[in-house]
Design a binder for this molecule. Structure first.
Ligand code: PEP
Length: 252
């Protein structure tokens, strides 16, 4: 019922020629009618280029961030309309690197979610606890706070055209992934929290796991009932790894 998604977050990596090579390698081995949806999220400056490279493929385009405001004097920012204009269908909001390095608050992330939604871009809302939160038993409290900011500003219905990514901060880029049971526990908590407001929407909302997903651990993570695919950082830059993760999601 929930088609799995594998989204590659390229972060601040790549060049025009490296991107072209990566897309060519992935697209040539990615089926035209795939079981799992595939999204790539390059840096802003490469979106237009990559959008052209993805023509005639089943791979979809996403951005890594969006401005909460629609237009005007916001130097350096990129609006949701601009992302649509260059072919994006998805946008990551609230990635932990934005929350931590650029001090994005839950409220700002919720406004970004709303801005994306208003322009029919599908937000991929990242939530996740830091190691200290987990070690002090505050995981649910943190996830609830991050999720509730969006539910309060935008309402549960907006989740019908959104994706959630649970990304424990301690697992991102560290090589230390959450165990399948740890991921499932938080994914089920997220779904239950949405269900408290709208059970129908909770049942269809796709919740991805992110944090050191690799070819070698993807299948066991994706086998969990509430894990609907993955948001992939480092491994999305290696065609073989990324394709193996896509295959694991497709055979879920
Ligand atoms: C990410 O940055 O969203 C991520 C999951 O990174 P990695 O896969 O490298 O841990």
């Amino acid at each position: 019922m929930r088609r799995p998604i594998v989204a590659g977050n390229w972060k601040m990596h790549g060049t025009r020629s490296e991107n072209a090579r990566l897309i060519e390698e992935i697209a040539s081995r990615y089926p035209a009618d795939p079981a799992a949806e595939c999204i790539v999220c390059p840096p802003f400056v490469y979106l237009h280029d990559v959008s052209r490279l993805l023509r005639d493929t089943a791979i979809l385009l996403g951005a890594q961030d969006v401005c909460a405001d629609t237009q005007g004097a916001f130097t350096g920012e990129i609006s949701a309309a601009m992302l649509k204009d260059v072919g994006c269908q998805y946008v990551i909001v609230g990635h932990s690197e934005r929350r931590l390095l650029y001090r994005e608050s839950d409220q700002l992330v919720a406004r970004k979610f709303a801005a994306a939604h208003a322009k029919a871009l599908v937000p991929i809302l990242c939530v996740g606890e830091q190691l200290a939160d987990r070690e002090t038993g505050r995981t649910r409290e943190v996830i609830a706070r991050q999720l509730d900011a969006v539910l309060e500003l935008c309402g549960p219905q907006t989740l019908a055209s959104a994706v959630i990514a649970y990304e424990p901060v301690w697992a991102i880029g560290t090589g230390r992934n959450a165990t399948p049971d740890q991921a499932q526990e938080v994914h089920a908590f997220i779904r239950t929290r949405i269900a408290a407001q709208d059970a129908t929407i909770a049942a269809v909302t796709r919740i991805l796991y992110g944090g050191s997903v690799k070819a070698g651990n993807a299948a066991e993570l994706f086998a969990m009932p509430d894990v609907d695919g993955g948001l992939i950082g480092g491994a999305s830059l290696k065609a073989d790894e990324f394709l193996a993760i896509l295959a694991a999601a497709g055979s879920r």
